[in-house]
Write a protein that binds this ligand. Sequence first.
Ligand SMILES: Cc1ccc([C@@H]2N[C@@H](C)[C@@H](O)[C@H]2O)cc1
Length: 448
Amino acid sequence: KKEVQYGPVSPEKRTDPAMEKWRDNRFGQFIHWGLYAIPAGYWKGKYYKGAAEWLKSWAKVPMNEWAKLAEEFNPEQYDPEEWASMAKQMGARYVVLTTKHHEGFCLWPSQYTDFDISNTPYQKDLLKPFVEAYNKAGIDVYFYYSVLDWYHPDWRYALKSEEDKQAFERFKTFTKNQLSELIERYPSVKGFWFDGTWDASWKASGQFSYELEKHMKQLKPGLIINSRMRADEWGSRHFDSNGQMMGDYASGWERKLPTDTSVLHNDWEACMTVPENQWGYHKNWEGHVKTPTELIEMMVRCTALSGNFLLNFGPKEDGSIREEEQLLVKEIGNWMEQYGNAIYNCAYAGLEKQDWGYFTREPGSKTVNMVVCNIPVNKALRIQLPKNLFIQHYEYMGKPLSKLTLEEIGKNEYFIHLGKVKTKQPFVINIQLTSEKTDNGLYQKAKT
Ligand SMILES: Cc1ccc([C@@H]2N[C@@H](C)[C@@H](O)[C@H]2O)cc1
């Protein structure tokens, strides 16, 4: 074991109400919105297929040229009430909004930089009405914040000289000031989603980031911070040099999902783009655009492994939402209306995964949700229970799609026969488990 002084600030599995709510939320909306939405993947007429919020890098745009975009940022269609009502319709229980991405442009009037919304034709604070609208809709608000800041003169990728070190000291103070400012201006914020923390300069700032996390949690008790904020004093990120998770949930799952139960050890969240790799608005989504069903199945997989799913939206420069994302709001919203109870407050069910889909369960409940994503050709859903558990009752959640029958095919092993089922979307069957099995094999009448 290595001596680690600047590892985790909070206990590994927090049980306070704020963290319990984070777990219960399960499904969140990510929003990437900044100056990059203006060029939207094109620069001087040229198309760049890389992530739109990285266009400055792909097109090698000098910062003084990129910063000119602020002079034309005027999102007249921006309507946070509309955004919040869409998020609510979709069934998102929390939202993570980019307050500042790598470009360094701030959506709020920051006293620590001139590169912010107050120096645009729009002028007004975008964050305040956003926080109010989402809170009014009952949706928890989190702030994405990029430590990496391409605009700030004191940013350094590495600390190679005394000058670098002095500049980066000023940069660290700037970062602490901005984060304190965000908490003080928007006290209902529930947590921070840090990004842009992979460079050597920040990896060498383990003590500073440790104290910064502590400072933020003193400013706002209960604050929830992702593992990506930190490196320990040895430069080990997300997990310290002894494998202890830093922050309050593991946030290394970006555009990829876990495939086994090793993630159960910590809280975690996966964030996901709708196209293959676009977070900020790109005019032309190339390649595969995930369907609502694909995204629903990803969300179910996350819940089934006790993790959160954060689905990304990239609003246009004028504040409007693109067609493809409006479709997701409708389709995912319809599904969540019927089957949200298999997601919200649910987690790993402790049962052996089967090919037809996923088990989820509200911790402590006798009801297990079977979320069926792949109907077997024999229309029989196999269930293997631990030796002291039996099925007492089974039925569709919501609208029944067919007549179900149960067959015991082995020790605590069953088939649920689906009969004729016609559906385009995943569906849910609830099973009630019991620990006693009457000796003549007939089960007690369902006590519902
Ligand atoms: C290599 C790389 C750096 C940064 C990112 C940022 N993290 C995502 C959550 C987006 O903000 C993307 O710009 C993605 C890939």
